[in-house]
Design a protein around this ligand. Structure first.
Ligand code: DGJ
Length: 730
């Protein structure tokens, strides 16, 4: 609910459990007043205190009032070079050469439903689902307008923000920085939580206190990256899964980004998040506009678990798009780890046949089916079937797979090209490359200049020819390197600072075209696994391959970190063979199944090599997954332990709406002889319901399971795992 106090110029955004308030002050500056647990509509600006502070300048309008300084007041969108020395949200290069921005309130308006951004991903909401407030700020000297969009999704405690700049002057302005989010706190006794890692180990949680000065994470790789995720949290020092105030901030962007927190001299904190300013400079002609990507904030006064569940529900309902918001996604088998580049049609059909017999529904042909692609040094860019490997082409292969009762999916890496390809030979000027420099290769490949429409059109035409040639239900959209040599032949020298962002817009443009032309094709995002696992991609690709690391034990950490913001249904997760291809570890098939089942489930192994006993288990896993699909994907997700804190076991749980069913998943660490007897306290159940344990028949009350806990069985062997399905009875 958006509440306006027009007389006092106060804007209050209420969600079910939270309140966000801003107020225009006596000098027309938009102050950030409050964000936290829900309170009533009163003016909370009394919370903001100010007094004279040396070396903190006073704006001209303040006259002799030295108590007022932009340097100490909490801002809704911080400025630059005019008195606030903390992290700026905006930096402009004005025609005269100055780098300043000074913003004052001009007005507001309301819109029905959730605002939409042109060319950028965003949450969506109809009139009865969301509200929009637009607050207008202006820099009268620079003649620039800043439209600040707020989308309020009451039921999800979700507030989205976006920024649109308009050049209202007659001269060209250069935008050097335009953050998507600025969030000021009048305290600094807070922790910062970030999600970091590398290829094969993404989104590992790191937590530490907000310290004096600036702490930041980000990416200058042109992708959101394996190294840092564009989702961060700020919380009370003692906040945990169930208690304490925490704030999530998610940037819906798939390129270079920065999330920075500054603890300032008077122990205030500021979080600023947006496109990374490295090599960013956008030319804004008179009447030109620039839109910064959306951010989505969830505040939870009741710990991390509640914040995550709100994000999960909001992403499922208001970020993913029809038809894959709720439609059940097929269990898939992917041939990558089974064959790598070494396959022919018979081998693929054999895997598909085995898979169909086990209840698997989609066969995905991974890398190696096109051009001259027999290893990763050639072929990218030539999206035509390699007839030496697949003589009958897709026209012959796809019907064979479909005759087995399966759908067919295909791998592509549209943004890339190998030098050894017909595309590169014909268009060597289509890549990102700095004149006079030989571009760096990554995995032996170069990056196509997706900021250029002619390049995208050519790739789209090739993709279309493939998609129209056979009945294809799924695309794995891969991307296997970071961007370097970022320079486009399509832009003049003075606009090269736009290329990183225009590249991302180009990727979104092509994905949107595919979405419009082939709405039923499920696109799984992939960037060497989880190098572009972000809210921006999720708008176009409702599931993302979580990591190239398929080891179940490593996946516990990766999926745990990912779950803080992103729902289970978005995390591509497969059972692979042992010893694991990435780390050589042996884990039981049950453990691999249970871990992957809390994701967009599939297999990535040569099923023909499985024993009859293994096949029996796989059939059973597929049945279990299908049976509990709604519970796993739409249920409330509870982290019961952290793989970063307790190495003896990792447990998590899904609880259905109405609390009638729950699925508890437990993976033990290395076992020891004579281990202690332990109990596992469950969460989210109805204390007065009686729950029966499936297969065992024992009954416990919800209260008992949550307070005294469920006795963990003692099982032998390395990394055993089990699932407990609970159903309310009576
Ligand atoms: C990286 C992906 O993450 C893998 O799953 C696989 O598709 C390879 N690329 C293929 O080159």
């Amino acid at each position: 609910m958006i509440v306006l106090d027009q007389e006092n110029k106060i804007f209050t955004l209420h969600t079910q459990n939270t309140t966000y308030q801003m107020k225009v002050d006596q000098y027309h500056v938009l102050e950030h007043i409050y964000y936290g647990a829900r309170i009533d509509n009163r003016d909370l600006s009394g919370l903001i205190k100010c007094g004279e502070r040396s070396f903190s300048p006073n704006p001209d309008e303040a006259g002799r009032n030295r108590d007022y300084s932009l340097d100490v007041m909490p801002q809704e969108y911080s400025t630059c070079g005019v008195g606030d020395f903390r992290l700026p949200s905006i930096e402009l290069e004005l025609p005269g050469g100055s780098h300043t921005a000074d913003l004052r309130y001009e007005g507001f308006h309301l819109e029905k439903g959730k605002y939409k951004l042109v060319g950028l991903p965003g949450f969506h909401g109809m009139e009865n689902e969301a509200e929009t407030l637009v607050v207008l700020l202006k820099d009268s000297a620079a003649r620039i307008a800043v439209e600040m969009y707020y989308g309020v999704f009451e039921d999800f405690d979700l507030i989205t923000r976006a920024i649109r700049l308009v050049n209202e002057g007659t001269e060209t302005i250069r935008v050097c920085r335009c953050a998507s989010l600025c969030l000021d706190f009048t305290r600094s006794d807070l922790d910062l939580i970030t999600f970091n890692g590398h290829h094969l180990m993404e989104r590992c949680l790191d937590r530490g206190p907000v310290r004096p000065g600036i702490q930041s994470v980000g990416s200058v790789r042109g992708i959101s990256s394996h190294q840092h995720n564009p989702f961060v949290m700020i919380c009370d020092h003692d906040a945990d899964e169930d208690r304490g105030m925490c704030y999530g901030a998610m940037l819906l962007y798939s390129g270079s980004f920065e999330a920075a927190v500054e603890c300032s001299q008077y122990e205030n904190s500021r979080l600023v998040m947006g496109i990374h300013p490295y090599h960013f400079c956008w030319t804004l002609e008179p009447a030109g506009t620039f839109t910064a990507p959306e951010t989505a904030m969830v505040c939870s006064p009741d710990g991390f678990g509640q914040m995550s569940r709100q994000y999960h529900k909001a992403i499922r309902k208001h970020l993913l798009r029809d038809p894959y918001q709720y439609e059940r996604k097929p269990v898939l088998v992917n041939n990558w780890e089974a064959t790598y580049f070494d396959f022919d049609a018979d081998k693929l059909v054999d895997i598909a046949r085995e898979a169909a017999d086990l209840g698997i529904e989609l066969f995905v042909m991974d890398d190696g089916w096109f051009g001259s692609r027999n290893d990763d040094n050639s072929g990218l860019g030539d999206w035509q079937v390699n007839r030496e490997k697949l003589p009958g082409g897709l026209e012959a292969l796809v019907p064979c797979v479909k005759d087995l009762g399966m759908k067919f999916g295909i791998w592509m890496e549209p943004e890339m090209v190998n030098e050894d390809s017909d595309l590169y030979r014909a268009h060597p000027d289509w890549i990102l490359r700095v004149p006079g420099r030989a571009p760096s290769r990554g995995r032996g490949q170069l990056v196509l200049d997706f900021s250029r429409k002619d390049v995208r059109d050519h790739i789209y035409d090739q993709m279309k020819a493939v998609l129209d040639s056979a009945d294809i239900s799924y695309i794995k959209w891969d991307m296997n390197r970071s961007l370097t040599d970022v320079w486009s032949a399509g832009l003049p020298a003075g606009r090269q600072g736009e290329v990183y962002h225009r590249y991302v817009l180009g990727v979104y443009d092509l994905l949107e075209r595919l979405h419009c032309d082939y709405p039923y094709i499920l696109i799984e995002g992939c960037c060497g696994g989880g190098g572009r696992f972000d809210g921006g991609m999720l708008y176009y690709t409702p599931q993302i391959w979580c990591s190239d690391d398929t080891d179940a034990i490593d996946r516990l950490r990766i999926q745990y970190g990912t779950s803080f913001c992103y729902p289970v249904c978005t995390m591509g997760a497969h059972v692979s063979a042992v010893p694991n291809e990435q780390n050589g570890r042996f884990t039981p098939l049950e453990t691999r199944g249970i871990t992957a089942m809390s994701g967009a489930f599939g297999y990535e192994m040569d099923l023909g090599k499985c024993t009859e006993e293994e096949k029996r288990k796989i059939r059973c896993q597929v049945e279990t997954y299908k049976k509990h699909y709604n519970l796993i994907h739409d249920g409330d997700y509870y982290r019961l332990s952290s793989p970063f804190q307790d190495s003896s076991y990792t447990a998590w749980e899904q609880v259905s709406a109405g609390q009638k069913e729950a699925l508890v998943n437990v993976v033990m660490g290395c076992t020891h002889s004579a281990p202690p007897f332990r109990t596992l306290r469950l969460k989210g159940l109805n204390p007065s319901f009686q729950y029966q344990v499936d297969g065992i028949g024992e009954t416990y009350s919800g209260g008992e399971l949550m307070k005294s806990g469920y006795p963990l069985p003692q099982i032998r062997g390395d990394y055993p795992a089990f699932q407990i399905y609970l159903k309310a009875v009576g």
